[in-house]
Design a protein around this ligand. Sequence first.
Ligand code: ADP
Length: 355
Amino acid sequence: MAEEQQDIDTYYLESFQEGILKCDTRGTIVFMNRRLKDLFGLEEMTGQDITAFTKAMDANIPQEDHKLTETIQAFRKGDVNGNQGKFPYAQGPRRLFSFYVSPVLDTAQTACYGYLLVFRECGEEEATDPQRREMISVVSHELRTPLTTLLGYVEMLMQYDISAENRRRYMEIIFAEGNRLSHLLEDVLDSERLESGGYNYHKTYVPLIELIHEVTERWNLKSSHLIKVDSEVEDVFIYADRFRMSQVFDNLISNAIKYSPGKPLVLIRIAEEAGYYIIEVTDYGIGIPAEMHARLFDKFYRAGHSGSRQIKGSGVGLYVVKKIATDHGGTISVTSEVGRGSTFRLRMPKPVHLD
Ligand code: ADP
C-alpha cells in the first residue's frame, strides 16, 4: 500500500511542469523529477545530500544571487518566512527561475517528513525587466499588508456592535495604516518621477546645521530614539534644494531609527574635509552584511538579512538619497558591522565662492 502510494506520488510529481525535488528531514534527496533535471541540466542525485544539489546549482548562479542555498539553510533551521526567491541561471542562455520550499507534512499536518523544493521558469517579461519585477513584488507585498489590516478593521466597524472606546481605537489603526499606505505610494511615485526626467531642484544657500537641527527636532518629538547632533562647524551653507536635502536627512534618520530597535541612540556628526562637508548618521542597530553594501542604493533593494525582514519599507529611501546627493555634487557611502550598527556618510561640496 505504502509502495503504491509512493508510485502515485512519483507519477504525480513527474507530470508537473515545475521542477521538483524532495528531501527527507536529514537533507537526503529522495526524489527529483525529470523536469528538474532538464531545466538545470543535472544528473540524477537521489541518495545524495541536498548540499550536492545546491553546489551544482550555485556553480551556474552569480555569487550575489546565491539565495537558494541561504533559503534552504534558513528553512532547515525553522525560518519559514522567506522561503521563496528568484535567481538567474546561467547554463546556456541566461534564464530566470523562481522557487519555493515547503514542508512535506502528514495529513494531520503534525509530523514533518521532509521538504519539497519547487522550481519554475519565469516568463519572458518577468525575466527581461528585473526592476519592474522587483517593483511589482515590493509594491504588492508592502501595499497589501496595510490594506488588509485596514479593510479588516473597516469590516469590523461595519458588522459588529462595538464600544465607543474600541471604535476609536480601530479608527486610529485605520488612520495609521492609511497613512502608511499613502507614504509608501508617495515613495514609489517619487522614485518613478526621479526616473522619468528627474526632480526640479530649487537651489539656494541653505544653512546646513540649522536644517539638520530642524529635521532632528521633528524626529526627537515623534520617536523614542534620541537623535544627537555633534557639529565641528558652525554657520555653514550648502548650495542645495532645501526640501530635497531635508528628505535626505529624513530618510537616513528614519532608517537609523527603524533598523536599531532597542538601541535608542542615533548620532549625527558634522565635519569639514577638503572642500566638502561631511554628515555622518550613526546608529547602533542591526547593521548590514558587507556583501549587501554595494546594492543598498539600488532602487527597490531591501537587504533581507536576519533581523531586518520584519522591518517594513519600500526599498526606495536610499535610492532617493543617492540620487539627490549625486545631483548636488555629493556622495553617499556606508560602513556597517552586523550586530553593531551602521554609519551613512554624506559628503556635500562646500560652495566655492563662499569660502
Ligand atoms: P527601506 O524602505 O527598505 O528601508 P531603503 O532604501 O531606505 O529602503 O534601505 C534599503 C535597505 O538598506 C533596507 O531594506 C535595509 O535592509 C538596509 N538599511 C538601510 N539603512 C539601514 C540601517 N541604518 N541599518 C541597517 N540596515 C539598513
